[in-house]
Design a protein around this ligand. Structure first.
Ligand code: CAA
Length: 259
């Protein structure tokens, strides 16, 4: 597939990098962009050589939200019949390999929501996060009212959703929305470093860890603990567990075969 609104490349033969590329519109997210993003994510997920995916934007904008010029003309019937936002925004949830958001500049509305759909966020020091939909007479429609409170707690999520104000990178890190903040010129290097670390681990174990952490957001503690324990038990059936522990015991570097 050829892409017009994203750029796709592979680093070190094991990290897939997707760059949102609609610079004039600050990477505003329309159907074509989201379809291309979904296709690129699925292709990397299916590629055995790829161990981790990075999703990034430009220095000025990760993404400034869903495309307002498209939504401005929408009727209820358009949105409801077309299942607007769900149609092509859910693909990222189905990706089993880790997806790191490397965010610089604006991550607003759907852009903030897209970053939160990734497994973790590394932010540049110029990053700005926000759910400004209230200013447009609407509310977040791609999970912002659900994922933001889980990430930063009710008070700050309410503050963001009701005032529409932006949070800078420092506040986002303090609140737990992002895992690390680095200088803008170090963002890609930092994200790639994290992705390379992850790519060298067993893909099976990495997928299991991702599934287990995600479970913490979608059920009770008892269910989550049981899910984790059973996954933990099942990993004793993998060659990679044998390799990882044998390597530790024999003081050598583990070489995982993803089996
Ligand atoms: N949709 C469509 N176009 C957008 C856009 C968006 N979300 N965000 C920015 N643009 C366009 C602007 O219209 C402008 O286009 P023109 O050059 O043709 O006028 C171009 O990108 C550059 O933007 P600005 O001139 O506004 O740049 P700025 O630096 O002055 O401001 C900004 C940057 C603060 C991000 C401002 O563009 C802005 O507020 N954007 C809208 C942010 C927003 O409200 N996002 C939420 C959208 S709703 C949503 O996402 C729903 C959901 O939950 C899924």
């Amino acid at each position: 597939m050829t892409y017009e609104m994203i750029e796709v490349r592979v680093e070190a033969e094991k990290v897939g990098i997707i760059t949102l590329n609609r610079p004039k519109q600050l990477n505003a997210l329309n159907d074509q962009l989201m379809d291309e993003l979904g296709a690129a994510l699925k292709a990397f997920d299916a590629d055995e050589k790829i161990g981790c995916i990075i999703l990034t934007g430009s220095e000025k904008a990760f993404a400034a939200g869903a495309d307002i010029t498209v939504m401005a003309k929408f009727t209820f019937a358009d949105a409801y019949k077309g299942d607007f936002i769900t149609r092509n925004w859910e693909t990222i949830r189905t990706i089993r390999k880790p997806v790191i958001a490397a965010v610089s500049g604006f991550a607003l509305g759907g852009g903030c929501e897209l970053a939160m759909m990734c497994d973790f966020i590394i932010a540049a020091d110029n990053a700005k996060f926000g759910q400004p939909e209230i200013k447009l007479g609407t509310i977040p429609g791609a999970g912002g009212t659900q994922r933001l409170p889980r990430a930063v707690g009710k008070s700050k999520a309410m503050d963001m959703a009701l005032t529409g104000r932006m949070m800078n990178a420092e506040e986002a890190e303090r609140a737990g929305l992002v895992s690390r903040v680095v200088a803008l010129d170090k963002l890609q290097e930092e994200a790639l470093g994290a992705a390379l670390v992850i790519s060298d681990y067993s893909q099976i174990t990495v997928m299991a860890a991702k599934e287990a952490v995600n479970r913490a957001f979608e059920g009770t503690l008892s269910d989550g603990l049981m899910f984790e324990r059973r996954l933990f038990h099942s990993l004793f059936a993998t060659a990679d567990q044998k390799e990882g522990m044998d390597a530790f015991v024999n003081k050598r570097k583990a070489v995982f075969t993803h089996q």
